[in-house]
Structures are given as structure tokens and as C-alpha cells.
Design a binder for this molecule. Sequence first.
Ligand code: P5A
Length: 438
Amino acid sequence: MRLSRSFLPTLKETPAEAQIASHRLMLRAGLVRQTASGIYAWLPAGLRVLRNIERIVREEQNRIGAQEVLMPTLQSADLWKRSGRYDAYGPEMLRIRDRHERDLLYGPTNEEMITDLFGQSVKSYRELPQMLYHVQWKFRDEVRPRFGVMRGREFLMKDAYSFDADYEGAVNSYRRMMLAYLRTFQRLGVRAVPMVADTGPIGGDLSHEFLILAPTGESGVFYDAALEEQDWLAQPVDTQSTESLKGFFDNVTSWYAATDEKHDASAWEDVPQERRREGRGIEVGHIFYFGTKYTQAMDISVTGQDGAQVYPEMGSYGIGVSRLTGAIIEASHDENGIIWPAEVAPFRAVIINLKPGDALCDALCDALYEVAPDDLLYDDRSDRAGAKFADADLMGHPLQLIVGPKGAVSGVVEVKCRATGARYEMTPDEAIALITRG
Ligand code: P5A
């Protein structure tokens, strides 16, 4: 994308309404704009990041056998009356009435809808297990929307739902999902630590939250550093084997990790001093096992092995896709701006032309840009170099390829790595190799 023709409105001033770094940087880097309290429009660079996060989330859901669907944002109140949550959910639910005076709501989550869809089609235990997910906007009328997309009213969630014939199957689904989450967050370039959690309005017996460590997080966290050192992508887990899943799960839960709500001071004493990590965390995912809570309330059963009707065991599994955009920035920025992990960056690199109009500079920049025009940002504006460097640092592109008149003559591209600040001089061919991926 050519910067001179793009809609990437960066701000020099710090927006007064933004209290935390990620919110300030998302506004300054031109990723989002607020359109109403807790509701945001995604601008081109922000949308690219959101789509990158979604892509990784989807790949890891598909990898454990979950199937994607797309349920609507609007739901009928009748559905929620069947589970008893229409009244229980309270003022966070945005209630809507249509022209026929029928009660609708903007979905805050989809347990009821998916249970109903499942019940319409699945009649026998032989069709189990099922794992379905979608990536869809939710609405929760939070009392205090704050921190930008981090606690919005409208937000994008990946929510998955599992249906199993029995407890053992349901626990396997839960453990499979935990593995998918740990792989997902690692690929996103952040370390999210799983912690035992309360189940709140979703309900159930078993629940984990995934928290990214950041000083502005809403929960206090205590955990064993061993959890951060694991390579979840390299661990061999056979997701079809109960034993293998159990081994993985027992390993994860053997290390101490708790939010302040569940913190146990005496168990904490058992963690070796040098491995104790204490701070604050941002909840980017939350998984629940709640058995037959919804299937029973909504009377959705299947024929079991012995011919009797049984209520399938369920779990639900959420990732805050839009919140992750803010959370990743919260965990990865400096005083100059965002430092995008490569997997989610809106562009692989920015090409900075220090002298647009100079034939050699233009030719070298064009040659670099042509390598992958959809994935590169070309700063072809005739602004001062200082302003371009500042915007590049602010927007957080992993690499900056700097082309000036001297380098253009001698065939030298200066490459700056945003994360380390290291600078290298290389030939145009080496620079091309660097930005050619896959
Ligand atoms: C799990 C999936 C659920 O809703 N039902 C379907 C279950 N869980 S949850 O913990 O309430 O939400 C899942 C994740 O969504 C993100 N999230 C938010 N993101 C931005 N703004 C909000 N107001 C907001 N509320 C929840 C969190 O990342 C949470 O872990």
C-alpha cells in the first residue's frame, strides 16, 4: 500500500480521553476511531491486525477439529427465556423490539443459540462429539466501557461450543481447547498464562482464564515462570488420545497460576522464589465446562447407547479477538509506539523513501515494493525524514527499509528492526530476500 494514497490517519497529539498506552497508540497509529461510547470503527491498518488475529485463531480451532459456523448478532428473547437467562442476564444485555413488538437482543454470547441449532439436527450419541465455533460481534452494555477496544460494548469474540456424550468426552474437549488456546496465543507472539477461574454468568464446574501479563491489566496475577517457558507448539500431544490429553493438562495445571481472586498464599510459598512471577494481567480468553446446564434447561437430548435419552455435556470457549489487539500492544510497545509481533503486524515492513522524486531512490523503492505490494507499506510521501521515521516507529512495522540518495547510488538499503532497534546495511537483493516470505 502506498502511504500517500492510503487512509492511515496518524495523530501527533496524544488523545486526552485515552488512559492507557494501547488505547492511546491505537488512536495515534490510526487503527480505530470511537463512533459511540465503547463502540469502534476499524480503519485499514487496525482491520489488518484484527484479520491476522482471526486467521491464527481460526487455524488453531480448525487444527483441533472445530468447525466454523456463523450465527447472527441478533437473537430472539424466546431462546433466552428457555434457558432462564433472559431475566438473569441483567442490564448488560441490550434488548431490542422489532416493528411487530417482538423482543430481540443483541447477543452477548451464544450458548442458547448453538444449543438450539444442535438440538434441531443431532439426535443420536453416534453423531457426537461436535465442536462448533464462530467469530462474531457481541454486545455487552458494560457500565464502564474503558481502555478502548479492551473493554468495549461491541467487541469481536471467537466463541466455540462442544457437545459430548459423557463426562470423559467433555473433559477431552476442554483439554483439546486449552491446547488450542496455548498454541494460538504463542503464535500471536504473546504469553498468555492459564489460571483457574470463576464461571460467573456462563456457569459450570471447571473454568480457566488466559491472561497476558501487563501492568494495566484488570486482575492481579501470581504464577510460576515455568508456564511462560513452555513451547506449546513443539509439545507432542495426540489430541485423539485421552491419555495424551490428560498428560498435557496435568502438566499445565501442575504449575502454580492464579488471579488475586483465587490466590492461595501457602501454595505460592511452594514455588521456588526465582520462578515466582507477580503482576497484573489482561484476560484474553476464558474457557468453561458446564456439563448439561443448557441442554437440560432447554430440554435438548440425544438417544444414548442403551436407547435412553441423554443430555449432551457441553463446554464453551471464548477468545477476545478485538481485545487482543489492545492487549498485544499493551504487552509490546515502547515510548515511540507499537512493536508488532511479526504474525499480526498490519504490514511486513515499511519502505521509507527519503527522497521521492529522485530517480534512483524511486527505482530502488519500487523494486522493493513490487516484491509484495499487498503486504508492504510504501512511505512515498514527500514529508521530512524525521516525520516518516516517527510514523514508522509509531505504527510498529517489524522492519523499516530505508532508502536514501546515497544508498540508492551505491546499492545499499538500511534496515531497522523495530523490536531491537538494530540497524543493518544490505544489498537490495538481501533486502528482498528478507521481505519475501513463505
Ligand atoms: C465463552 C465463549 C463467554 O462469553 N461464552 C462463549 C463464554 N466468556 S467470557 O469470558 O465472558 O468472554 C470471552 C472473552 O471475550 C472477551 N471480552 C471482551 N472483550 C472486549 N470487551 C468486552 N467488554 C469483553 N467482554 C469479554 C474477553 O477476552 C473474554 O475472555
